[in-house]
Design a protein around this ligand. Structure first.
Ligand SMILES: [Zn+2]
Length: 518
């Protein structure tokens, strides 16, 4: 018999064999059991996690001649009747698998639409259309299918599968029951690979299976394909030399956990030399640098989780040795540094795919991210200053004037500043006062607060602040005003707060009324 790849040979044939998608299989089984079968189902999820497999098992269970009932009452296809065999072999005339990527036009859909009216052959119950990559269907094709999808004949079921549900029109989504398949956890993939290895009499270390499962990123088909490739490379038939972790690492250019720990340790210690030589060693060994970057990011994420969660074990998908490594690093890592590391790495994550020299990119990015993560943060400085201030060894920051020397305040002579358009006009505090009330005590305090918003929006330098109100309030007394102003200026200039504001604006605070008069 011709060789069949593991992914096909070990493709699940019953609901109970589907790994990690119980929330989907149970719903489908219950639907059959309670005769509540919808007319359109949409299976959503990344590649190789069981969308089409699930759809095919469902099609078998719908049409099986002798459906079996498990101990817990759930329905399973018998996998022995001619219908089950035909569906599994892809030769059943009533279960049509269509590739949506290549059959995406109106004509293809029209063909489906014409066929749905014919009842299934051989006394089968349902005609099932499994359309893969259904997001590739053109809008015209969807429109042609819309009516049939809404009210298909009772013997027709549509099972759609897609990796990109966001590309499907809402009108279609609302006509389907949607099932989101989950990324399969590493331990479940390892268990399944172990099962396959035992049945195929392949000798392999569990640590090697873990690396394979991790490289598959939650997809069972990818994991089985990688395992296939490893068997082709190493044999694995000899009990004396089983497939090992280092075999997998070498073949796929991956990075071992200990190498990764060494590198992350250098970053956490802010040791640029150790960091660069670690990257150099890995690049020299031919490691996949794109994977390396992703691995460092994942390691950082694991450290971050470790720093914040009391029982992180279940969230990390690590074996005992790896968990111990992480624990050791987490003990010396500062959570805020780790978080900045992760954020810095994330920012550069998308660029690494497009960069031509990945090695230099990784070196420079890791150096920058490391330096940034360890740099003194403004927040920390402010906290330190607050502590000093509370101890009484530092003057209050918010009342202290700007750093320019207070001994040399720039004299703001009102008439001289009249000519240019005075951008940062500060409200003259004494303006609203009537001429006779020369007492200046309410004048000084509002100066800093009023000046601040003015500085924030300097693009509108109109003189709208005070004079508008002052003009109607003080109708006639020009002479009196001029006589009182210099006094107020002198008083204001002696005021500490006003002094601070004057310094802040580089001495550009002027008497608004004086400008208007000129
Ligand atoms: Zn059957």
């Amino acid at each position: 018999m011709a060789y069949q790849v593991l992914a096909r040979k070990w493709r699940p044939q019953r609901f109970s064999e589907v790994v990690g998608q119980q929330h989907v299989t149970r719903t489908l089984q219950n639907a059959i059991k309670e005769s509540r079968i919808g007319h359109a189902y949409l299976f959503v999820g990344s590649r190789g996690i069981g969308k089409t497999t699930g759809a095919r098992i469902f099609a078998k269970a719908l049409n099986c001649e002798h459906p079996a009932t498990d101990a817990d009452g759930s329905i399973e296809p018998c996998c022995e009747c001619p219908t089950c065999h035909e569906i599994a072999g892809g030769s059943c005339l009533d279960v049509l698998e269509i590739d949506g990527a290549s059959h995406n036009g109106v004509e293809d859909v029209r063909q489906i639409r014409d066929n749905v009216q014919y009842t299934p052959s051989n006394g089968r119950r349902y005609k099932v259309y499994i359309i893969d990559e259904v997001h590739m269907l053109s809008p015209q094709a969807w429109n042609a299918l819309l009516k049939t999808l809404e009210e298909p004949p009772p013997h027709v079921k549509f099972l759609f599968a897609t990796t990109e549900p966001h590309k499907i029109l809402p009108t279609i989504l609302s006509r389907c029951q949607r099932f989101d398949l989950k990324r399969i956890p590493v331990p479940l993939i390892v268990a399944r690979l172990h099962e396959i290895a035992t049945a195929e009499k392949i000798f392999v270390h569990d640590s090697a299976l873990t690396i394979i499962a991790r490289a598959a990123e939650g997809g069972m088909r990818d994991a089985q394909s990688i395992f296939d490739q490893m068997i082709a490379f190493c044999g694995g038939n000899d009990e004396g030399s089983p497939i090992s972790e280092s075999d997998v690492i070498d073949v796929f250019g991956l990075v071992s956990h200990s190498e990764l720990t060494h590198l992350v340790e250098a970053i956490l210690q802010n040791d640029a030399g150790a960091l660069i030589s670690a990257v150099h060693n890995l690049a020299d060994k031919g490691r996949n640098l794109e994977c390396l970057y992703a691995d460092i990011l994942l390691y950082g994420r694991n450290l971050m989780v470790f720093g914040h969660v009391s029982d992180p074990r279940a969230m990390l998908e690590l074996n005992d040795a790896e968990f111990a490594d992480l624990q050791q690093l987490a003990a010396v890592a500062t959570p805020s540094v780790v978080q900045r590391l992760v954020q810095g790495l994330l920012a550069g994550d998308s660029n690494i795919r497009y960069t031509l020299n990945k090695r230099i990119y990784i070196e420079s990015t890791l150096l920058r991210v490391m330096r940034d993560a360890h740099a003194v943060q403004v927040d920390d400085l402010i906290t330190q200053l607050r502590i000093l201030q509370e101890k009484g060894t530092l003057p209050a920051v918010d009342t202290a004037p700007a750093p320019s020397p207070p001994a040399a305040p720039v004299q703001s002579t009102p008439p001289a500043a009249a000519a240019p358009s005075p951008a940062p006009v500060a409200p003259k505090p004494e303006a609203p006062q009537t001429p006779e009330s020369a007492s200046p005590e309410p004048s000084a305090p509002p100066a800093p607060e009023a000046a601040a918003p003015e500085a924030a929006a300097p693009e509108e330098p109109q003189l709208t602040l005070v004079p508008d109100e002052a003009a109607p309030a003080a109708p006639e007394p020009d002479q009196q005003e001029t006589s009182s102003s210099p006094d107020l200026w002198q008083q204001a200039e002696q005021d500490e707060t006003v002094q601070g504001a004057v310094d802040l604006f580089g001495g550009k605070i002027i008497d608004v009324r004086a400008v208007q008069k000129d």
